[in-house]
Design a protein around this ligand. Sequence first.
Ligand code: DHB
Ligand code: FE
Length: 314
Amino acid sequence: MARIVAGVGPSHVPAIGAALDLGKTEEPYWKRVFSGFEKSQAWMRECKPDVAIVVYNDHASAFSVEMIPTFALGCAAEFPPADEGWGPRPVPVAKGHPALASHIAQSCILDEFDLTICNKMEIDHGMTVPMNLLFGKIEKDGQWPCPVIPLAVNVVMYPPPTGHRCFMLGRAIKKAVESYPEDLRVVIFGTGGLSHQISGPRAGLINSEWDKHFLDNLSGNPQKLVKIPHIDYMREAGAEGIEMVMWLIMRGALDDKVDEVYRFYTVPASNTAVGHIILENKARKTAAKPKAKPKAAIKHKRAAARAKVDRVRA
Ligand code: DHB
Ligand code: FE
């Protein structure tokens, strides 16, 4: 059986990708950001997932304002990096996992989550930056360490899905993965956020108190987060802060009880608060066989039972 072993939540700021591509990671401004992901990359190397499901948002690269699916699942064999105006990022083409992706589509759709099936899709910074943050820099002709399944969520055109809907989709994905017969270790990414607004009079808004509250509740009290209405994200976390609902898909796909094994938070990167968390499902024990009782103890028990019967008879 396949199993989701952990969830990771990284932000996706495009300037992080540019800093990596242009060799600026040692500059103090960027070192502050990248140093927060060194432990995570070591964690990921040790975790060695067979597949990563990456919940992210497309920024009018694969889709446009003409057509925006609410939830779009990448079932293709590969996902090339999109040209976002400066040419495609110099990262490898991501290999997909069409068999597991199609299984997730079938399970979720029959569970009444009507995903859009994408058999051809390019991925933008919303996905490639989080992959770099967790997998490290990989040359264009190299290979990402595992196949990926993109799940694009509409958070760019009103109305995005509610936090509760996102959480419940996570639940359906968990069920889908656990009904896949092959033994696969799966990690799920929830990406985007944290608080930020990139245009209008409030451009540059960051709300660290809000971000901390969100991260604090993600592991132990996600039910509190799923009730937050869109308007609160917009007012408190900025127009683009709504990207945070995607983290709730990741959380919904994990067990009720998780261990927060790592957290990192820094401001700013470009206009954005960078948040990062790693949540592990507790190791599941396979049901152990009851230990065979030593023969002497059984004999002793039988003798005691006989003595009891004798006492009753007497
Ligand atoms: C920025 C952040 C985003 O989430 C995005 O999609 C584009 C730009 C920024 O902080 O500059
Ligand atoms: Fe964004």
